[in-house]
Design a protein around this ligand. Structure first.
Ligand SMILES: [Zn+2]
Length: 397
């Protein structure tokens, strides 16, 4: 089972016999990526990410770059001269860029969306800029990522106005056609359409079905993880993976909490991205199997254990909780050290899921994971319901 094209080939190596989880290999121009995969955000204007060689040694095979920031600084001319972002930032593996639209709408209060595109005021020189689907693809062609995203009409997830959600969903389909027409490098880069429709299952079904009729190499599920209730979130993911092609990769945007990753892999998602692991590091929080350690807490002052005894990252090998506690509020290096661990945590979680899917033991893995996270057996309803819906039956103790 799989899919082949010049810019992307995907082969499913193993499927879970119970749930929709699958392990695959996605062959991209710059690297072969094993799925399910978590993509750390490698370039971000507001916070320093990790260095490319650190991401490589943490076993990251694909990272995400923000078009909005890159389009402004260094700007497309510099990127063109540098020969694309891979060369510019010294990253030789696979890369995905977003369309720039989401960043704009979420960062800039002045963004105005019309049929033409997203109009906003540049935070750098106050000039008026119009990001059209064509412009977004032009910038992304210039950046040169292996996977690029269509510009979509973004509505806040918890928004209630049906007419506006319908308009945004249908406009996203029209903008997809404009993006595909504007694409200059179809043999080197794959445009992923974005399924919209927020929490309305009819609109989401319509959006996914329309995208299925296009010649694309993979799909994204967007408009979720924006503050909606978990009970509303997972059925929309399941609806998406149920309609979107089994032969092509499916990417759920903006999801990165460990329990969400486990549930959504069970629901059939192959790719994820989220700023959460590095953002939470900034607040002194380290990710572990049983949740998070807030290293700012006084109790870690004398704790000479590493963050996680079973973690082989450079932070856990070299530093204690006590040391991290001492520097956590005063040194940016603490944020960096915790980020290294948090990305290592995400990578290990994805690797463990892949191995268990391949061995045919994914449901057992899920049981153990959920048990470690909620040792009192008081599992959240949404976790029980979502996993049950794909045949992994867990019960509250
Ligand atoms: Zn670690």
């Amino acid at each position: 089972m799989g899919f082949k094209s010049a810019a992307l080939s995907f082969s499913v190596q193993a499927e879970c016999k119970t749930s929709r989880a699958r392990a695959g290999i996605m062959k991209l121009p710059h690297y072969e990526v094993r799925t399910p995969v978590f993509m750390p955000v490698g370039t971000q204007g507001t916070m320093k990410g990790l260095l490319p060689d650190q991401l490589e040694s943490l076993d990251c095979e694909i990272i995400l770059g923000n078009t909005y920031h890159l389009g402004n600084r260094p700007g497309t001319e510099v990127l063109k001269k540098a020969g694309g972002l891979h060369k510019f930032m010294g990253w030789n593996r696979a890369l995905l860029t977003d369309s720039g639209g989401f960043q704009m709408v979420s960062l800039l209060k002045l963004a105005e969306i019309t049929e033409e595109g997203v109009k906003f005021r540049s935070p750098y020189d106050d000039s008026e800029i119009m990001l059209t689907p064509e412009k977004s693809i032009e910038i992304q062609n210039c950046i040169g990522a292996d996977i690029i995203m269509q510009l979509d009409d973004v509505v806040q997830t918890t928004f209630q106005d049906y007419d506006r959600i319908k308009e945004a969903t249908e406009r996203t389909s029209r903008w997809l056609d404009r993006c595909l027409r504007a694409h200059r490098k179809p043999t080197e880069q794959s445009i992923f359409p974005i399924v919209q429709g927020l929490l309305n299952s009819d609109l989401r079904t319509q959006s996914a079905r329309e995208h299925m009729t296009k010649e694309v190499n993979g799909f994204a599920i967007g408009g979720l993880s924006g503050g909606e209730a978990k009970d509303d979130f997972w059925p929309m993911v399941k609806l998406g993976t149920g309609i979107l092609d089994n032969n092509r990769p499916r990417y759920l945007m903006g999801v990165g909490l460990a329990i969400d990753l486990v549930v959504c892999v069970a629901l059939g998602v192959d790719m994820f991205d989220c700023v959460f692991p590095t953002r939470t590091a900034r607040f002194g929080c380290a990710l572990i199997n049983t949740g998070q350690l807030n290293l700012k807490q006084q109790k870690y002052e004398t704790d000479l254990n590493p963050i996680d005894r079973d973690c082989s990252c450079s932070t856990c090998k070299n530093y204690t909780r006590s040391y991290l506690h001492c520097i956590v509020t005063v040194e940016t290096v603490a944020c960096h050290l915790i980020s290294v661990h948090n990305i290592a945590f995400q990578m290990r979680l994805m690797r463990t899921m892949r191995e268990n899917i391949e061995k045919g033991t994914f449901p057992q893995f899920v049981h153990k994971f959920v048990n470690d996270l909620y040792p009192d057996g008081n599992y959240p309803n949404w976790v029980v319901n979502s996993l049950n819906s794909v045949g992994i039956n867990i019960y509250k103790k």
